[in-house]
Design a protein around this ligand. Structure first.
Ligand SMILES: Nc1ncnc2c1ncn2[C@@H]1O[C@H](COP(=O)(O)OP(=O)(O)OP(=O)(O)O)[C@@H](O)[C@H]1O
Ligand SMILES: [Mg+2]
Length: 232
């Protein structure tokens, strides 16, 4: 479970102070698939980066999977992130001169798994997203949707409990967006908790729960869990 209580995040630059999250409260249960929508600049990415332990927060309490993150050292926080969290970005963030196999391998090397275990995880993850036969291709040889599936494989290879995605379909046409959504839904059914930021109302409607962030807070217009029947 992911639990945030009264989280505040203030960015300070030379010129201005931005209160990106204000007394932000949210609970995400294990196994949920929630989408996060809201206007540009409302704090969605800030929320996701804090949830994914990529960024510190100014005050409040955050506990991830029963562990209080607020008091943790940087090292412990990185370890927790590597163990529990997979991240997917709008721009895929693949390394252009590495083939798919090596792209998926990057975070696994970082974690120091032995070669055999890495190979098992890489091939299983590429298999899961339907790209095992392309393991030796370069990202540029793939479509946008396929590249995003590689990025999903890279996140899955870490066997994360939580998958956090920041507009993963933002650079894709609607057909590819739907395919990526279907893939994520399948991964969620297998037990991974997913939090996805999206601008796409159709995808937001499909998810079990949609929260809207407005002005750094969860809006009252967010839908209750499972209020909306997913489209087939
Ligand atoms: N590193 C930073 N330094 C200063 N201000 C920042 C920083 N990152 C974000 N902000 C500010 O915090 C607010 C929230 O930004 P955030 O990126 O979370 O919005 P968002 O909801 O993801 O928007 P979008 O839909 O455009 O991606 C904005 O006002 C933004 O300018
Ligand atoms: Mg954003």
């Amino acid at each position: 479970m992911l639990e945030m209580q009264s989280i505040n995040k203030i960015f300070t630059t030379d010129l201005i102070e931005t209160h990106a999250l204000r007394d932000f409260n949210l609970e995400v249960e294990e196994g949920e698939f929630i989408t996060v929508t809201g206007p540009s600049g409302s704090g969605k990415t800030t929320f996701l980066n804090i949830a994914g332990l990529l960024e510190p927060f100014s005050s409040g309490r955050y506990s991830l999977d029963g562990q209080d993150v607020s008091q943790m050292s940087d090292n412990d926080r990185s370890r927790l992130r590597n163990q529990k969290i997979g991240f997917i970005f709008q721009s895929f963030n693949l390394i252009p001169d590495l083939d798919l196999f090596d792209n998926v391998d990057v975070p696994l090397r970082y974690r120091g798994f032995p070669a055999k275990e890495r190979r098992r995880r890489i091939m299983q993850a590429l298999e899961r997203v339907g790209l095992a036969a392309r393991a030796n291709h370069l990202p540029a040889q793939l479509s946008g949707g396929q590249q995003q599936r590689v990025a999903i494989a890279r996140a899955l290879a870490g066997e994360p409990k939580f998958l956090l995605a920041d507009e993963p379909t933002g650079n894709l046409d609607s057909l590819m967006a739907r395919q990526v959504m279907e893939l994520l839904e399948g991964i969620n059914r297998e037990g991974t908790t997913i939090v996805m930021v999206t601008h796409d109302p159709e995808l937001a409607l499909r998810s079990q729960r949609n929260i809207q962030i407005i002005d750094g807070q969860v809006s009252d217009f967010s839908s209750a869990p499972a209020a909306v029947e997913p489209l087939v």
